[in-house]
Design a protein around this ligand. Structure first.
Ligand code: FAD
Length: 411
């Protein structure tokens, strides 16, 4: 029976997997490149079947407590006046799959608390992997060397694990033509539970979303661009790049840029899809964005991670730790669901972030039209979600110790 599993990445997929592995009797260790848990991010959705997973983890009460309720999305002009709005009831009223909205940082800390018994190695990362018939010899950038039975890449879109075991990033990551950045600022105006976006020429979005604390807001800056060359670890250079692209755009942009310079939860990344034909190579397997990611435009990243972690751990337990059987069944069970939830909305980034004033006006006009009678009913029908293309097995937990408070509640 396989016992030790190294998970690279302590975001969402990594801790969710560690939780389930521990409960099934494995010994997971998480290595996270950041020096401490990363608090950042905006509101993310726990949708469809992933709600069943968090219920089985016993995390629903904590998630409900941290839940945010947004009233919808408003597009605003440079002078702050509303250009168009998409109220959330319009979709919910039609019986769309109810969604749970929670700040990504809140979900990350709930998962942290649910994995208190798991060893986290912060500020380190994998630098080399050497597989043999008995296991994997892992060399860390700190110089440490340790053997594990299995290694999991849960290290996001730019997964180092994937690069080491599967090949260069270019084989698997498709740039969708944009970048996005999230961070917290003092709110320049009461948001009244609305997400507000100022869409400007050049495919630029300046946005504010509600925080729990009404004094603050979750800001976003997104822009369309081909692949840029920048240092992913150089936060100051990324902030300078955003300042250059966004200064003087009107609305609250300059306030948001000033807040960004002081923000300590700054996140910046490409808008990309990840497609990996086979999710495992020997004793190394991928979960979450590292293996399958539709980008924030597709919007199901967190759900896919939570479900992927549940299925991967469950299949390993069902196969008594035999990765040769477990890894292909994990992919087989997940494949149709992953493909379904990686689909981009019609028009993709071009429709969402128009380049010209005319494009912005057309997008606003079509939003107003769609949300007006009688089209609202049609939109609601279109928005009714298709059920997730996956059936969750009920992997019984035979051996594992409960991990943290949430698991004890779940017993
Ligand atoms: C700080 C942050 C904020 C985010 N905010 C949003 C948001 O607002 N909206 C949204 O839709 N999505 C957001 N995302 C992405 C979202 O979390 C994922 O799409 C989704 O939840 C899948 O989770 P994941 O665990 O696979 O990837 P991620 O959540 O990206 O987690 C990957 C983790 O791996 C770590 N890591 C990276 N490289 C290495 C390495 N070499 N070694 C060890 N660890 C490594 C990262 O620091 C991170 O903690 C955010 C991600 C992060 C990291």
């Amino acid at each position: 029976m396989t016992k030790t599993v190294l998970i690279s990445g302590g975001g969402i997929a990594g801790p969710a997997l560690a939780y389930w592995l521990r409960r099934h009797g494995f010994t997971p260790t998480i290595v996270e490149i950041a020096p401490a848990p990363r608090p950042g991010g905006q509101t993310i959705d726990i949708r469809g079947i992933s709600k069943v997973v968090v219920e089985r983890m016993g995390l629903m009460p904590a998630i409900k407590e941290a839940q945010l309720h947004e009233r919808g999305l408003e597009y605003v002009r440079a002078n702050g006046r509303r250009a168009a709005a998409m109220p959330v009831e319009l979709l919910d009223g039609a019986g769309a799959v109810a969604e749970i909205e929670i700040l990504r940082g809140d979900l990350a800390s709930i998962l942290q608390q649910a994995t208190t018994g798991v060893a986290y190695l912060y500020g380190d990362s994998i630098s080399a992997l050497d597989q043999d018939a008995q296991g994997v010899l892992v060399t860390f950038t700190s110089g440490l060397q340790r053997r594990f039975d299995l290694v999991v890449g849960a290290d996001g879109v730019h997964s180092k694990t994937r690069r080491l075991a599967f090949g260069p990033e270019e084989q698997f990551v498709q740039h969708l033509g944009g970048y996005t950045s999230y961070f917290t600022v003092e709110t320049p105006e009461p948001l009244d539970h609305w997400m507000r976006i100022h869409s400007a020429r050049g495919g630029r979005w300046v946005g504010l979303r509600p925080d729990h604390d009404p004094r603050y807001a979750k800001a976003l800056l997104s822009f369309r661009a081909p692949l840029l060359s920048y240092d992913r670890r150089d936060v100051e250079a990324q902030k300078a790049l955003l300042t250059e692209r966004f200064t003087g755009l009107g609305w609250h942009t300059d306030h948001i840029l000033a807040g960004m310079r002081a923000a300590n939860d700054f996140y910046f990344d490409t808008i990309s899809r990840v497609v990996v034909p086979e999710w495992s190579r020997g004793r190394v397997v991928l979960v979450g964005d590292a293996g399958y990611c539709g980008s924030p435009l597709a919007g199901h990243g967190t759900a896919l991670s939570l479900v992927g972690a549940y299925v991967l751990a469950g299949e390993l337990a069902a196969a008594e730790g035999d990765h040769v059987r477990a890894f292909p069944s994990y992919q087989k069970i997940m494949q149709a669901y992953v493909e379904q939830r990686m689909e981009l909305p019609p028009g993709g980034i071009k429709m969402a972030m128009p380049m010209t004033s005319l494009g912005i006006r057309l997008r606003d006009t079509s939003t107003r039209l769609m949300t007006s009678r009688p089209f609202a009913g049609l939109l609601a029908k279109l928005a009714v979600g298709q059920p997730d293309k996956i059936e969750l097995k009920d992997y019984s937990v035979k051996r594992g110790d409960p991990v943290g408070v949430a698991a004890e509640e779940a017993e």
